[in-house]
Design a protein around this ligand. Sequence first.
Ligand SMILES: [Zn+2]
Length: 410
Amino acid sequence: MSRIETPNRDTVSRRGVAAEELRRHNLAAVLERLHVSGPLSRSELTATTGLNRSTVADLIGELTALGLVEEGPAAATSGPGRPSPLARARPQGAAALAVEVGVDSIAAATVGLGGHVYDQCRLARPRRRLPPQETLREVARLTEPLLAALPADHVLAGVGVAVAGVTRRSDGFVHLAPNLGWRNVPLGVMAAGELGLGAPVLVANDADLGALAEHRRGAGVGVGHLIYVSGETGIGVGIIYDGRPMLGSAGYAGEAGHTLINPDGHRCGCGASGCWEAEAGAAALARLARLPVTVTGLDVVATVLARAEAGDRPTLAAVAEVGRWLGLGIGNLVNVFNPELVVLGGSYHTLFPYLEAAVAEGVRTRAMDAPGDAVRIVSSGLGTDAVLIGAAELVLSEVVADPAGGERGG
Ligand SMILES: [Zn+2]
């Protein structure tokens, strides 16, 4: 008899595991809302997560104990009754060091949970090919004062590094960054050594991170299918598919800058000819706008923008030609992925008012009617900071996905 009434041990442990999984899932759901939406009352959290009130209270208690959430006084309300306190993500509970290794600049930021930017800086660098070790020394110099200025009680959750290259997500190995002149660089391992922070270092392609940032905090919030197209030296493409980053099997997806768009086109930094970025990237812009060879790096877009604003017709024609090639390439992507939204970032964001019409015309030329009619093309909501914000999100997303997990479990 007692045998029958005693639950099977396996059943108990399986139930235990399921309950534990549910609790972790719910913790993540509450922290996710606070991280992305900002401060919310318990009743707002109850409404947006679908969890009941007492569960939300328990989860807030647990997240508070983990140092990830704090509750504070509410803003005055007009309705009757006592205003309920607001729960907010606690920035210093999980802070990320975000680093962007671009061709023309290096940027860094310290960002806390909830998207709170403590500090950020950007260093333009001359257009010469710096080896990875030298670049990382510059990164270390740039980030030292930012880290020193973080609140004393901060927890450094990790370092997110964005790099303009073909990057393996699992270990931050950069196979090829043509515009940096890098090949086969174990950037994740090298950055961990050079920075010596003892925190995990995550490395990802810059455009993938731009897409992530636009999806979470920029022009694409709530959009399921989004493509981020960024102009720097080359063209970077990041794809959000059904609400999630589409990275491919190892993180290499989205290298559309090196797909063929013009068989009779110009030589590309990757060694091939007629790549999309050879027709619509910074080199094409400089060539078409007839800039002197002495104008390089960030000055290319700045000079073109100044001339476009002054109404210089040859410059406007050059920008429109770049826009046309850009639009043709986007039309191809629209046919393949059927996105709701294409977000233009980097230099395309800067030049958007002068590119917009030509891009739309290029897309119309290439995209099939149904997907072409469905897509909107907009400028970045985060501007030149999108990639840096994405690098921070890369780290913070891991904390949000499992608030009680890993090293914070104890
Ligand atoms: Zn190429």
